[in-house]
Design a protein around this ligand. Sequence first.
Ligand code: SF4
Length: 361
Amino acid sequence: MKPRRPALPGPPRAIADELLRWYAAKRRDLPWRGATDPYVIWVSEIMLQQTQAAVVGPYFARFLARFPNVASLAQAPLTDVLGAWAGLGYYARARSMHRAAQGLAARGFPRTLDALLELPGFGPYTAAAVGSIAFGLREPAIDGNAVRVYARLSGLSAPRAKAEPLLRALARPLVELRSPGEVNQAIMDLGQRVCTVHNPRCAACPWQSRCVARAEGTIAAIPLKTKAKPRRRLRVRAAVARRGAALLFARRHERGLFGGLWELPSAEVASAPRLAAALAAELGVACRVGRELASVERVLTHRALTLTAHAVELAGPPRLGAHAAGQYQELRWMRAGDLGALGLSRATRQLLEALDVRWLC
Ligand code: SF4
């Protein structure tokens, strides 16, 4: 059934002013607040996807110290960018930024929504957030937080996919009447600090007397939840191949899961003998796969990963290229001290921790 078109519960000007008065008094003091450089705003917005502001703070400072502008990001090898991202997870964000920087370094930031949407990694939310804060584009930035706030304010009960375009239209008068960057940032703060998923603090909300969900007692049911798809199980076995104090690491091709990241050479296989066959094809050398050393579990966006490490002996020096469909672009023997600046997936870090604390990086 098509959800009804939601309406603002009052005059848009009054609603926008209540929000901005609250924001002026309660806004969070975050390192990227007040920035006018689109590059800085972009870095913060990408880091804040899937990651809380408190976690982002130190990464944001380190990333900007290392890549202070678009040109420095564009010129850096991808592996350095992934290394600076290490620990934040969702590395596709860093890969997209690096790709987008190549074009931005030559042409500068575009100032229209359509052109921003053409950039790698820019969806409707990121384009609206960067465009409104950096260039004053009058576009509502609608992410999960904004959906929750606007849906409760208007009493819209619909799954997110259906709610999003309706709420974008609902919020449009607010960004047309007042500073769009301020309105969008105020909604981000309100969603994170007041209109939270559980137990929203309605007494502290600037819209407490207007909110339809509050008046109707439907807050907990908005936004409507959709059943999550079950995650696919992913069983990966990894090789711990030693040469003195070093372990063999491999860097994946750029595309796909963990693209561009370093890891212990691995394969999605059900058993140790199959790992031996997969490694022999990938590394061009016969392997003997020994006992299981450690195993970790990790929940990814669409998959539940079990990563198991085996002791592996190689019959000779490994080399890439023997396998046309190989998943790696580079091999390297590395000691614990070499790993700090490398882009390693969280699953790999977790596995190294489980193997031996000296491999912590
Ligand atoms: Fe959210 Fe409560 Fe404010 Fe309504 S009154 S928008 S439910 S915090």
